[in-house]
Design a protein around this ligand. Structure first.
Ligand code: AMP
Ligand code: ZN
Length: 475
């Protein structure tokens, strides 16, 4: 496997500390709201990476934290506490919010065929591990107490910046929007390990600690949880590109200070999904969730397909037109697979063709996770003149990684229609789309009405407007 490593800025041959055994850590979601589809782009690409390793013979241990405490809305230890913000918004307790949105996150993952990590670790269950780590950092002189909080002292490191050379001026506290000066910090980039003095007097979750009642800073959780499950040597750390600084930089600082040696040599960062007006956000513009896409008639796996069509190291523009194209291609792909199935694929697998195409497929993925090339290999299989049995076995093999349910969806397409079509998922979806189209027309939103009609056409449904309202049929 050749993989771009953000820490070295080069495409390196991937190595593990113990041969064949891969310890992989992923920064999990902050569970104060639904994940937007940008967050989920990162998890989809990490899922493909994990499955590529598994299918090529690695024994993978995948760990993910759940941030249910301590992530402030600014990355610079300031701003509102995201969890508290969620609790206030919904008049619930922080733990109710965490529980609800953790379940919602895994439900989205299920719909997108993202495998649940081997270890899922909510930060609030590891407070004693954080306290232990912070105490050692204090004992070893890497941390200090000031104004009641515990801070990491970045001046104690030979090298603090890992991924980028930051311009110190840009990091000047107060220069960045929404960042307030913290007079307790000895150096600009010092960060909080443990808060006891906070401007949130109503902070709901607090724990006893040697430094007083308080709660952890955001970064400590990933270091402590990783050390607990992966031990002293982590092989690969993943996250979205925005996590590079300060989050991952701080994780490295505190983990290596704690261990006294290099911690994780390989870093995988997924670039952002952007909307037309810039960075995707939960608070401004349309809040794009998997459920919203479903309510507009998109299949979650069409979104997965959309993500796989582009490289993880390029930012990706989300528009409904782009998603329409992806859904169209995805549905056509399923139809093509179903036609191969109809051909009664008896006979033997052509092992030479199977081996050659399988090799091409994994060669694409092992070339810095070139998912769009891997999909091209899939199309090459469909186009080829090998027998149907070989094609289906290759599709099945590729789908272990792509996870697009190609075989299952094609089988569904071929299955005799359910006895109660009015009650089927598909009928409900069509009727909901037709109702949305009627609403759009009523409010003179003709562009939206046309978009829905096109979508229905793609699904093989034609709609006619009659005096008694719209009537639809499958064509
Ligand atoms: P959060 O729940 O905010 O901690 O973010 C969860 C994950 O989504 C992190 O790995 C982020 O880096 C990543 N992320 C945030 N915004 C985007 C985006 N627009 N596109 C891709 N990944 C993102
Ligand atoms: Zn993290």
């Amino acid at each position: 496997m050749k993989l771009y490593n953000s820490a070295t800025h080069t495409i390196d041959t991937f190595k593990t500390h113990e041969p064949g055994k891969l310890k992989m850590y992923t920064c999990g979601p902050t569970v104060y709201h639904y994940a937007h589809i940008g967050n989920l782009r990162s998890y989809i690409m990490e899922d493909v990476l994990e499955k590529t390793f598994r299918q090529t013979g690695y024994d993978v241990l995948r760990i993910m934290n759940i941030t249910d405490v301590g992530h402030l809305s600014s990355d610079a230890d300031t701003g509102e506490d995201k969890m508290l913000k969620g609790a206030k918004r919904e008049h619930k307790t922080v733990m109710e919010i965490a529980d609800f949105y953790t379940k919602a996150f895994f439900e989205d993952c299920r719909k997108l065929n993202i495998r649940t990590p081997d270890v899922v670790a909510p930060a609030t269950s590891y407070i004693q591990d954080f306290i232990h780590m912070i105490q050692k950092l204090l004992d070893d002189g890497y941390a200090y107490l000031a104004g009641g909080n515990v801070y990491f002292d970045t001046s104690k490191l030979d090298q603090y910046y890992i991924f980028n050379k930051h311009n110190e001026e840009d990091l000047e506290v107060g220069v960045r929007e929404g960042v307030e000066a913290d007079g307790n910090k000895r150096n600009k980039c010092d960060f909080v390990l443990w808060f006891t003095k906070s401007k949130f007097e109503d902070q709901e979750l607090k724990w006893e600690s040697p430094w007083g009642m308080g709660y952890p800073g955001w970064h400590i959780e990933c270091s402590a949880i990783s050390l607990k499950y992966a031990g002293e040597y982590l092989d690969l750390h993943c996250g979205g590109i925005d996590n590079q600084f300060p989050h991952h930089t701080n994780e490295i600082a505190q983990s290596e200070a704690y261990l006294g040696h290099t911690w994780c040599p390989q870093w995988f960062h997924v670039h952002h999904l952007n909307s037309s007006d810039g960075k995707m956000s939960k608070s401004k513009g349309e809040f794009l969730t998997v459920s919203l896409l479903e309510s507009k008639g998109y299949k979650p796996l069409a979104y997965r397909f959309f993500c796989l069509q582009s490289h993880y190291r390029k930012s990706l523009l989300f528009t409904y037109d782009n998603l329409d194209n992806a859904q169209n291609s995805y549905l056509r792909l399923i139809e093509r697979v179903s036609r191969i199935m109809e051909n009664n694929p008896g006979g033997d697998v052509d092992s030479a063709v199977f081996g050659e195409m399988k090799e091409k497929f994994y060669a694409a993925l092992e070339d810095d996770l070139n998912t769009s090339m891997a999909i091209t290999v899939l199309y090459d299989v469909l186009k080829s003149d090998t027998n149907a049995r070989t094609k289906l076995e290759l599709i099945r093999e590729f789908d272990n990684v792509l996870s697009l349910d190609l075989i299952q969806e094609a089988e569904r397409l071929l299955a005799p229609k359910a006895e109660d079509p009015a009650g089927s998922d598909e009928t409900r979806m069509i009727e909901s789309l037709i109702a949305q189209r009627t609403e759009a027309k009523k409010s003179k939103n003709y562009a939206e009405a046309d978009r829905i009609r096109d979508l229905l056409n793609q699904m093989g449904v034609s709609v006619t407007d009659t005096a008694n309202g719209p009537v639809w049929k499958k064509v």
